[in-house]
Design a protein around this ligand. Sequence first.
Ligand SMILES: [Fe+2]
Length: 375
Amino acid sequence: MILNAIISALMVMQAAFALPFNSAVFYIDNKASVFESGDEMYTVIWSTTLPGTGYVTYTYEGVEYVVKDLQNSAVRTTDTIHSVRVPKAHLDNNTYTYSSQNIGTRRAYVAVKGRTVTSEPVEFRGYSGQEPIRALVLSDIHENPANAEKAASNFDGQPDLLILNGDLVSYMTSVLKFKQILSYAYRFSGGSIPVIYTRGNHENRGTYGPEAVDIFKTSTRGQYFTCSYGPISFLCLDTGEDKDDADWTYSGLVDSTTYVAGETEWLKTLSPDAAAMYRVGIGHMPNLDNRYGNNWVPILTDLKIDLFVAAHKHRVNFEYRKQVTPFPLMIDGGKTNDDGYIATMLTFDGGEIRAECFDEKNSFVGEHTYVMGAR
Ligand SMILES: [Fe+2]
């Protein structure tokens, strides 16, 4: 009893001194982006300068919702990254806000709570029957978003979707690297269009690599899932690392073999989306015939994939390894070997997918049209 009284008194003193200071240092340092994370669900993710709570608010069909960042039944309070899973139907073409409250100390029967910060309302644009549908594809940013932005500026208007195809950062040594990923997602989506993010081979390196996957709260609990946008069915894959688990690079601390084997078993449970006009695979590594001993080519062929968009090569190739994959496999650009950048726009229109690529010097790199039904 005496100890509890002393602790409570100390916490009140801490709160009295900490809160004015807290107002200046607790703020949203990365605005929210809305990530695809599995069928029918988005995960809204943002970050704050100090740990605290997170919740998303919106009104849907006359009902006000406050959806919290929970771990089981408890509100998460120890992280500066906040992620809230929301039904897609609730957010599409709706307005949302998000908030965080700083939690200084959390004990069994008392907590010291600080400032609450709330975003401006964000108008979110989901599928609304429009045609064509435009998806901006950026991969291999490798910490150079300025050139990616210059390359993307060649495409007029805001796209309907943002696809971030891995290696946005070169390693995940701390939460700051994850915040960098959030900053890029917001920079190119403004929090107002869906973002598909697939993990690159660099993004499992370092202490924060394994933690990042849990933030996305995907349906599969891995960084792989299916999702759709109107007539487009996406198969989003985690292609793992680019070297064997035994390579010195990983210090014996990865096991992509077991992880990708589990992902392969999940892939085998899927069936082609018969209702989709376009079936598109997204994944960072392009050698799909050998993902840690698993050949994904026949599986993806059975799933009637119309186009697979890969990255990693830091260049563009519209028909990569044509002899190996029965479906078209595109390499989407990214950071080039001379420190430039190539961005891709995919336009889905009338049963065709047109890919156009520009670089950071506003030079046209190339284009290709993929015709559906040619499978
Ligand atoms: Fe890569």
